[in-house]
Design a binder for this molecule. Structure first.
Ligand code: NAG
Ligand code: NAG
Length: 443
């Protein structure tokens, strides 16, 4: 779906759904206009025999359609032994209705799209997928090595939708220095390790919605630099959880909104992570979050010990709002639902925590923690911007209204790293009682 801008006189009105976006997102020309020319990979040597390498045929099909057309990968099972970099496209689509199975072992990116505008990558049936068979690497190497599944670099006016990305050897999907993009109706499912990130974005004016991620690392994560990012209807189904970071020197993140984020049995509902560094994160909001069984709920940690300390007095966090959070953490006494630990060298300011009803699933108390953080709500301090040592706040009564809906599809156990991970079907919803913004393909 292309979000359009309505011009009345000289004033551009963005529909309210666009929230933090700065303008239109998505391809500039329609799917049907691009389909007036098609380049079917099977006419370039691809075979749905799960053996023949689809890499060279895909590159040739792109070459013929890159200046206007649709590269078609029809239904069927294809092997990918060599990776592709598809660049300099304009008004071009890739219709992936088949399933691509990784057979090659290189690092890098299985599919990289770069320096391209007016681009769409989608499945017309909702059944297109890339199966990365990461477990083969993980069980033999005992660590993450190998390829990311999909990377977009310097792509403008684009969409990626109705696809499943499964069991990446390394990461699933990243958008680096892209603008005006829309990503939606995506199912991403990886092993339960760090380094198997779902979606990582550092870009401008991007709308990511209706996405499900299973893994044990980033669900949908914003990195620096980023501006005008709207992320909504996100289902982190046994994941690491959503985050910003990790952040280092010259961080520049602003105008980011996450809303309708459902997090199940993950590390956290939302994390901002850094240690040292410089720059800023500002004008950010996290609204309508539901979480069950997560280790942390809100976890702002500017002394994050899993990264190396970066030089600098800290990334300045300003105007950060958490609103309407519900659910419970796994053990609120050891990991309280509110942890706002800011850098002493750059105390957080204008932090707002409101309608925050997160309780604990075990025990009957929770301990929140704040450090060098100013604003309103929970243990945040009012007033000046001097640093202060960590203070804790113990809560022994369940907040009213903490109970929240669960998703019928919550995953009961994870997929490990040693057995093949099945390709999921798209869920019909990504947040309790909310239907996807765009109709699912094939539904
Ligand atoms: C705080 O950020 C929100 C976006 O989350 C923005 O609408 C608001 O104007 C900002 N407030 C200030 C004082 O800049
Ligand atoms: C979430 O878990 C359910 C139940 O096992 C499953 O049907 C669904 O596909 C899972 N989501 C992902 C992203 O794998």
């Amino acid at each position: 779906m292309r979000a359009s801008t309505l011009f009345i006189g000289a004033i551009a009105l963005l529909p309210t759904a666009l929230g933090q976006l700065s303008g239109s997102v998505g391809p500039l020309t329609s799917t049907s206009s691009k389909a007036s020319k098609t380049c079917d990979v099977t006419d370039y040597g691809a075979k749905a025999d799960k053996t023949t390498d689809i890499g060279p045929p895909l590159t040739s099909a792109w070459a013929d359609c890159q200046k206007g057309g649709t590269v078609v990968i029809p239904e069927g099972d294809y092997a990918m032994k060599t990776w592709v970099t598809l660049k300099n496209g304009a008004a071009v689509a890739i219709q992936l209705d088949g399933i691509i199975y990784r057979t090659g072992t290189e690092g890098g990116n299985m599919i990289m799209i770069r320096d391209t505008s007016d681009f769409e990558m989608f499945s017309s049936t909702g059944k297109g997928a890339v199966q990365g068979y990461g477990y083969e690497v993980h069980k033999s190497d005992g660590q993450c090595t190998g390829a990311r599944i999909l990377r977009l670099y310097k792509v403008t006016s684009f969409s990626v939708h109705d696809l499943a990305l499964v069991d990446a050897p390394m990461y699933h999907f990243s958008m680096d220095t892209c603008t005006d993009g829309e990503v939606y109706n995506m199912a991403i499912r990886g092993g339960n390790w760090g380094c198997l990130d779902g979606i990582d974005v550092w870009s401008n004016n991007i709308w990511i919605h209706d996405v499900m991620v299973t893994n044990k690392d980033e669900c949908v994560t914003v990195k620096s630099p980023s501006k005008n990012i709207l992320i909504e209807n996100i289902y982190c189904n046994r994941s690491g959880g959503c985050a910003m970071g990790s952040l280092g020197a010259d961080t520049a993140i602003s105008q980011v909104q996450y809303k309708n984020v459902y997090t199940w049995t993950s590390n956290q509902m939302m994390m901002i992570k850094s240690w040292g560094g410089s720059g800023y994160v500002e004008d950010v909001s996290f609204e309508n979050f539901i979480g069950h069984g997560n280790s942390y709920a809100l976890d702002i940690d500017q002394y994050w010990s899993s990264m190396k300390e970066v030089s600098g007095s800290g990334v300045q966090l300003t105007n950060i709002t958490m609103k309407n959070w519900k659910g419970a953490v796994a053990n609120g006494a050891s990991r309280g639902p509110v942890k706002v630990v800011c850098a002493d060298g750059a105390p957080c300011s204008d932090v707002t925590i409101e309608d925050f009803s997160v309780w604990t699933e075990s025990g009957s108390k929770m301990v929140n923690q704040c450090r060098s953080a100013y604003g309103s709500g929970e243990c945040l301090k009012d007033g000046t911007t001097a640093s202060y040592a960590a203070v804790s706040q113990t809560v022994t009564a369940a907040p009213t209204g903490y109970t929240a809906a669960s998703m019928a599809d919550d995953l009961k156990s994870d997929f490990g790293t040693t057995v093949s991970i099945p390709i999921p079907t798209m869920p019909s919803s990504f947040f309790p009682s909310v239907t996807p913004i765009s109709k699912l393909a094939g539904s």
